[in-house]
Design a protein around this ligand. Structure first.
Ligand SMILES: [Zn+2]
Length: 290
């Protein structure tokens, strides 16, 4: 293990988290309210591109340059091409064993009168497609739109989302901007509105929806077991959630490809692809009814 982590072990309350699956399963079997925080790592295992980090480009740009209110104000056509591409890509991606294990666990435990809630940073709806129902999408969804004029929000699964975006959005750096006139971009269908629609996702520099944030806080305040899956725990506010839960003495189990800045605060850490580590962790425990 990394030297800097070894060093920390001498510090106060800084024991290396356990990777004892049987010990985790014992706690899991007793838990009544389970919160599962998920992030980009879960989507990455389904091959969903994030357009962040090394190699993560759409044309010449990364997400943090296009997923902003300013980029949309300046060039709504380009930003819509980017989101159209991301929506279309999702038609070729599927939930992976981690998504399915979470959804199956929710369905099973719900029948036992227990609660499982997913709090996700992901906007690709793969949890929903896997069958998760109890879900807070704190960064919104690629498949929702919000009207810039009247504020109306709606689900939208059209492909293409509008005629002008058909076959647009290619990610190749040599692709020219489509420069679609604003009136041909996705428009509001509320009677008498016809305002410009934007993706209902939380962009860089925007605050989270306070209702959803309050709901997430209440889920985390009331959970007696928390899983942190496929997130580096450095993205606010999820970064804050799990350490807060750990601070009140509730067991937190991290499932990730690597240690994160919060790892040392958690009771459990399971290393590896969550599609491999999560299914055995969330499978039916011998004490559960058949
Ligand atoms: Zn409208």
């Amino acid at each position: 293990m990394c030297a800097h982590l070894k060093k920390q072990q001498g510090g106060k309350n800084m024991a290396r988290p356990s990777s004892d699956l049987a010990a985790f399963r014992k706690i899991f079997a007793q838990a009544q309210n389970i919160a599962i925080i998920t992030g980009a790592g879960v989507s990455a295992e389904s091959g969903v591109p994030t357009f962040r980090g090394a190699g993560g480009y759409w044309r010449k740009w990364q997400a943090q340059e296009l997923a902003t209110p300013m980029a949309f104000a300046r060039n709504p056509s380009r930003v819509w091409e980017f989101y159209h591409y991301r929506r279309e890509v999702m038609l070729t991606k599927n939930p992976n064993p981690a998504h399915l294990a979470i959804a199956e666990c929710e369905e099973r435990l719900t029948k036992q009168g227990r609660n499982v809630t997913v709090v996700t940073q992901n906007i690709d709806e793969l949890h929903r497609r896997a069958g998760s129902k109890n879900m807070l999408e704190i960064h919104g969804s690629l498949f929702r739109t919000r009207c810039m004029s009247c504020g109306h929000e709606a689900s939208n699964y059209k492909s293409p989302i509008c005629a002008a975006l058909k076959d647009k959005g290619a990610p190749d750096p040599k692709t020219e901007d489509a420069q679609i006139p604003e009136k041909e971009l996705p428009r509001c269908e509320q009677t008498g509105c016809h305002g410009l629609l934007r993706p209902a996702v939380v962009w860089f520099g925007e605050t989270l929806d306070s209702d959803i944030l309050n709901q997430a806080e209440s889920v985390l305040d009331n959970c007696d077991l928390c899983l942190v899956v496929g997130t580096s725990s450095v993205v606010y506010p999820a970064a804050m959630f799990a350490p807060q839960v750990a601070a009140r003495g509730v067991p937190v189990a991290e499932f990730n490809m690597e240690d994160t800045p919060a790892t040392m605060r958690f009771k459990f850490h399971f290393h590896g692809p969550c599609g491999t580590t999560l299914p055995p962790a969330l499978a039916r425990h011998e004490t559960e009814p058949k």
